[in-house]
Design a protein around this ligand. Structure first.
Ligand SMILES: [Zn+2]
Ligand SMILES: [Zn+2]
Ligand SMILES: [Zn+2]
Length: 155
């Protein structure tokens, strides 16, 4: 545990995670529509990063009609902008944020073998990275910190 342990840090899962995501989005002044809820619940079910296409496919099957990946992209972007989801750049896919309403630059560890992505929050590391950018007169908006390697199961 890094700096994240120093404040009241909440990690959620299952139904509680969906509730926390809804509260967080509504507090940001955005609407929690049925489609947004379906996308978030589907994303939260995935243990590995999911692409917009994965989500569109699964929702399409569940609803019995095609869901356009473009509309899923827009919702995922909204989720990322509002701290409800994280984009794992090296996997070109998304994960539900297990701590909506609590902002951190999450550090992802992505397994090269099975694709599993776990994450830790260490604000000392991310503040240092933001500091490096600031020293170069660059405004950091979204530091991306990802570590590729092998998970304990694949090692
Ligand atoms: Zn936190
Ligand atoms: Zn995090
Ligand atoms: Zn693995």
């Amino acid at each position: 545990m890094g700096e994240a342990a120093k404040h009241h840090h909440h990690e959620h899962s299952g139904e509680k995670l969906v509730d926390a995501a809804r509260n967080s989005l509504v507090e940001s002044g955005e609407q929690w529509t049925g489609m947004r809820e379906a996308v978030f619940a589907e994303l939260a079910r995935h243990e590995r990063p999911a692409s917009a296409y994965d989500i569109a496919d699964n929702l399409g099957k569940a609803r019995g009609k095609r869901v356009a990946a473009n509309s899923i992209y827009r919702i995922l972007d909204l989720f990322v902008a509002n701290n409800l989801a994280m984009r794992v750049e090296s996997a070109n896919a998304y994960l539900a944020n297990t701590h909506p309403g609590c902002a951190h630059d999450c550090i992802f560890m992505v397994c090269d073998e099975c694709g599993e992505a776990t994450h830790v929050d260490d604000d000392a590391v991310s503040q240092r990275i933001r500091g490096v950018a600031a020293e170069s007169n660059f405004t950091a908006r979204r530091p991306i910190i990802e570590i590729r390697g092998l998970c304990s199961a694949c090692r």
